[in-house]
Design a protein around this ligand. Sequence first.
Ligand SMILES: C[S@@+](CC[C@H](N)C(=O)[O-])C[C@H]1O[C@@H](n2cnc3c(N)ncnc32)[C@H](O)[C@@H]1O
Length: 311
Amino acid sequence: MSKNIIKKTRKIYFDQHKTFFKHNELFNRFYKYAVNPDNYCLKKSFFKNAKVLDAGCGNTGYFAKAMIDLGAKHVYCLDLGNKWKSELRKGLKKKRVPISKISFISGSITKIPFKSEMMDFTACNGVLYHLPNKRASSKALKELFRVTKYGGSTFVYLGFEKPGLIEKYILPALRKAYREEKNFKDLIDSGNINLWQKNLKSLAQIFSKEDNFYPINSIKKFFNLINLETLMFFQDALQVPMQQAEKLDKKYSISILKKIGAKNIRTPKDHYFERTDIRRFLTPLHVTKKKNLISKILYGEHLKFTFDKRK
Ligand SMILES: C[S@@+](CC[C@H](N)C(=O)[O-])C[C@H]1O[C@@H](n2cnc3c(N)ncnc32)[C@H](O)[C@@H]1O
């Protein structure tokens, strides 16, 4: 069962991640996040000549480029299988990343194929909650910490601590629809933004005939905000098997981190993600959730940690 899930997750992400190198705005949006040391509660000087592990890298490439741009000496990209390697290499070359500073390694974060204490910085972004169960996630946390040097740091993004209404009710309903409604599934899987645009344009025509309150150009402009980024969001939210029913919550993950000897466990602040699509209208809700009741209810709280390894 879990082998199938892993295989499926890998394949789905391989296809989805190809979009990152095709769509500059998408790449840059994630790059901007990754290149800011504050997002790991670290200083820029920490990265100078650092050896970095990108655990569960996929073929998005923004993190590896960000690390090199922050001054890292070498980035080790690790993911399952081999197919992603040539795709990532090609994409990074296009982004002018010196390929001699990048290694492409096959392996699992639950059994990292490296000696202990090799990395100054070990990062694992959006991977742990794709593992089949809590045990595998705890094992992975131990592994990430094992390969980190004394004096080094580890960053993990674990998904949601407290899911909001969107994560808890709206996305599961859409996931159910994706599984059960063939036309909807085909539209999402096609990855074909032209098909979306063609249909939306025809809707705009029909609507403007019925109601002249909005000029047709305004409707078209609005529909243009449903773009490749929107499609990518739906693919990410709906296609991947969300296998981890028992998630690592804050209390449990901190107990594991303390057990393995993690020091100075801290939570980076939420980042303001610029958006180019229709979801831009939702950004004010998204970024105010620490202070605002409505956004807290809708979006919940993320779970991410940076922690250090010290003698
Ligand atoms: C959401 S993507 C994140 C990719 C990348 N870290 C990023 O931030 O763009 C999840 C990635 O985790 C990888 N993954 C899932 N289970 C893994 C495992 N056991 N070991 C290594 N990688 C794994 C998948 O293949 C996929 O590329």
